[in-house]
Ligand binder design. Structure first.
Ligand code: ADP
Ligand code: MG
Length: 250
């Protein structure tokens, strides 16, 4: 579902991703940990077309991200083709980014109505089902300001799912939440994983990584320092940098 081959990304003279090689198979959950500034968000943003890579190859759902390859040469995709690729990917950020002037239901309906131009009745029905799925069936008509952070983040997950993505990216989805609200968001993500969604989750929640993750990646200074099964990496980190990081967060 995702394959990164020697992905490089620089901002000016600063190289932020220094040759990332990773693979996520359909239905897998990959958790990514690492210190602040190690390039985790940049990697997700490259997958989701928010940044362009400088070298290497990035594939999502069988497509080369942002390019077409022909006769050994790369050609940039047109905006329309990029938009089509992006529709296969749902992303949830640390901040909830809901539209404040729309209800929970309207937030979930917005993209399918605008982008997919589907009939309103159908969209409403599916959006309602998605709100039920994240445990917010009774909040359909609430505005974001009337919801807790955990509820807003669950709406954000439902909104991403409304586009029926093949892949979901989560960038520290619980980091901005009060501690007592973290569990309800992780529970929704766990259900999503059990339903077979392919996910890449940048998180500091080691319990979630251990329980839900199929693989765990430790990034530092733009490289993948260590990857393996979450239990292995958390219990027996091999690399000194991983050991040092885990000793600070666990
Ligand atoms: P993480 O998510 O692991 O904390 P980031 O991917 O956000 O790390 O950032 C990695 C590095 O890239 C940081 O040093 C950050 O300052 C830099 N960086 C990120 N985005 C930009 C940008 N748009 N322009 C310049 N530097 C950036
Ligand atoms: Mg980040």
């Amino acid at each position: 579902m995702v394959r990164a081959e020697q992905v490089h990304k620089s901002f000016g003279r600063t190289e932020v991703l220094k040759g990332i090689d990773l693979e996520v198979k359909p239905g897998e959950v990959m958790c990514v940990i690492g210190p602040s500034g190690s390039g985790k968000s940049t990697f997700l943003r490259c997958i989701n077309h928010l940044e362009k890579i400088n070298a290497g190859r990035l594939y999502v759902n069988g497509h080369l991200v942002g390019y077409r390859e022909k006769g050994g040469k790369l050609y940039e995709l047109r905006d329309k083709e990029v938009a089509a690729q992006r529709r296969e990917i749902g992303m949830v950020f640390q901040r909830f980014n809901l539209f404040p002037h729309m209800t929970a239901l309207e937030n979930v309906m917005e993209a399918p109505l605008r982008v997919k131009r589907q009939p309103k009745g159908e969209v409403r029905e599916r959006a309602t089902a998605l709100l039920n799925r994240v445990g917010l069936g009774d909040k359909a008509n609430s505005y974001p300001a009337q919801l807790s952070g955990g509820q807003q983040q669950r709406v954000a997950i439902a909104r991403a799912l409304a586009m029926e993505p093949a892949l979901m990216l989560f960038d520290e989805p619980t980091s901005a939440l009060d501690p007592e609200l973290v569990g309800e968001v992780l529970e929704v993500m766990k259900q999503l994983a059990l339903d077979g969604m392919t996910m890449i989750v940048v998180t500091h929640e080691m319990g979630f990584a251990r329980e839900v993750g199929d693989s765990l990646v430790f990034m530092d200074e733009g490289v993948v320092v260590e990857k393996g099964s979450p239990r292995e990496v958390l219990a027996n980190p091999r690399h000194p940098r991983t050991q040092d990081f885990l000793s600070k967060v666990l």
